[in-house]
Design a protein around this ligand. Sequence first.
Ligand code: GLN
Length: 307
Amino acid sequence: MNYQKILEEIELEIQGALEHGKVADYIPALAEVDPYQFAMTITLESGEQFSVGKSKEKFSIQSISKVLAFSLAIDIYSTSLYKRVGVEPSGSAFNSLVQLEYENGIPRNPFINAGAIVVVDALITHFGGNYAALEKVMNFVREISGNADLQFDAIVAKSEMEHASRNLALAQLMKSFNNIENDVHDVVQTYFRQCAISMNTQELSRAMIYLAFDGKDPISKKEFLSEAQAKRVNALMLTCGHYDASGEFAFNVGLPAKSGVGGGIVAVVPNVMSIAVWSPRLNSHGNSHVGTLALQLFTTKTGLSIF
Ligand code: GLN
């Protein structure tokens, strides 16, 4: 298949859609990003990459980082983690509080904010402090991407900390149910720093290829997760990776994938490739409008979906 040609066709076809949607302005630092940008990269088993658009431009990976933290946490906690966070789609917005009260402070899944905050809390407990936990997440992303230079953007993290009321409320509510073990402020700050990791589509697509190959990176040959663990991460990306639009995303795209409010989406085609796409404007569910469209075009043109 001529992947470069397919990506170029997609880049042309999405042009008219670049003005639809809205950048995430509840994090002021993200609102400053040029909303008309687009990039897409695929990484194959051999390490070969194909890209279009601004594939070297870094952006805030935001909720895509929840996959990294969860991958680390399941390796440490195994099944005991599921006492604190479920594995069901929520059908609610990523930052919703409502269900959490009804369900006694146990978030539906690790990819909504409440669930990701619990995962960060579990990492802080395990590694003995918020800085140690953040360092482990950073080292994990550096290792899976083979890029020791990756950093989080302190300006984005600070900007989000200044507008943290809702995430602090989620964490406080869970603390009232004894489902947060550490200081709420520390947990939320660590979560924001993790969300503020900066990567471009080339780096992100390269980093996530372990999930396309049963937890084992086919390029570095390092095993980051067992086959059973990788299956679980992919299942959660398919069912929960796009919040209350996860069904629609599976319906239109048909791949396990995770989005972030920075406008990035990563998707995996099992045993074939990993894909990263970025365009900052979001739909009403907080997922990249053009990113979703580009992935839909990709699976339609190539027939590469899991269904
Ligand atoms: N840091 C963001 C938040 O907590 C992440 C949300 C997202 O990417 N969906 O609101």
